[in-house]
Design a protein around this ligand. Structure first.
Ligand code: DC
Length: 233
């Protein structure tokens, strides 16, 4: 039987990681794990408890309430990928709101939050055959992943993509606010003390600023298939 590998896809926000990762997992018959959704779901829980809001950030309360946060992914046959559940509630849509995006980098910088989620991610990927996207997958969660891709794209390209995505969903947002959020998160995600976003030494850097979805996917699929062949030879 063909040996499965672990594929880590890291990079800044809105680089299109999840679109590629989802499709790659489907094509290879692997499990897809959106780790950003996990940090977003924890953030949503803490926002509902009002431990996090504009001008308020109660780190102690967040840490104290972590044990009450239970996360899981359930496969949605119609969509062809998993959706995240926070304490049995499907929060896939709510976690993408701008209000959550504005708070998630702060919550995900808390070491206790990271520890809990990293453990769960390692458990989900322990049998390999997984495509996991995030910020620290190739550096912290699976430093031994056989394939690590680090996605990049210009800030403006990424903000435009996120803006189009939010608009398409009917959200009332301004481009400048989205651009600011992308920049703020880049800064916070890459300068935090615990597991900052950095490219692993053995990752392949993949700039998709000028690539269409199909072209991008074809290239990444080829990289993945070549790696699987190499591992199995
Ligand atoms: O991928 P995303 O934009 O949905 O992620 C939301 C936030 O979660 C991101 O700004 C930083 C954090 N995150 C993280 O710290 N580590 C990960 N592995 C994934 C996401």
């Amino acid at each position: 039987m063909e040996k499965k590998i672990t594929i880590a896809i890291d990079g800044f926000s809105s680089t299109g990681k999840s679109t590629v990762a989802k499709r790659l997992a489907k094509e290879l018959g692997y499990i897809y794990v959106d780790t950003g959704a996990m940090y977003r779901a924890v953030t949503l829980y803490m926002m509902r408890k009002v431990f996090v809001s504009k001008g308020n950030f109660d780190k102690e309360a967040i840490i104290r309430h972590l044990p009450f946060v239970s996360l899981k992914f359930e496969f949605n046959d119609d969509l062809g990928h998993g959706e995240i559940y926070l304490n049995e509630e499907n929060v896939e849509k709510e976690i993408r709101y701008m209000e959550v995006s504005e708070q998630v980098s702060k919550v995900s910088a808390i070491p206790e939050v990271r520890k809990k989620l990293v453990e769960q991610q390692q458990e989900m990927g322990k049998n390999k055959g997984v495509v996991m996207d995030g910020r620290d997958i190739g550096t912290v969660v699976f430093p031994d992943a056989e394939l690590k891709i680090f996605m990049t794209a210009s800030t403006e390209t990424r903000a435009q993509r996120r803006y189009d995505e939010l608009k398409e969903r009917g959200d009332e947002v301004e481009f400048d606010d989205v651009l600011k959020n992308v920049k703020d998160r880049d800064f916070m995600d890459s300068t935090r003390d615990d597991s900052p976003l950095i490219m692993a030494d053995d990752a392949i850097e993949f700039d998709n600023s000028k690539l269409g979805l199909e072209e991008q996917f074809d290239k990444i699929l080829k990289i993945a298939k070549d790696k699987i062949t190499e591992v199995n030879s």
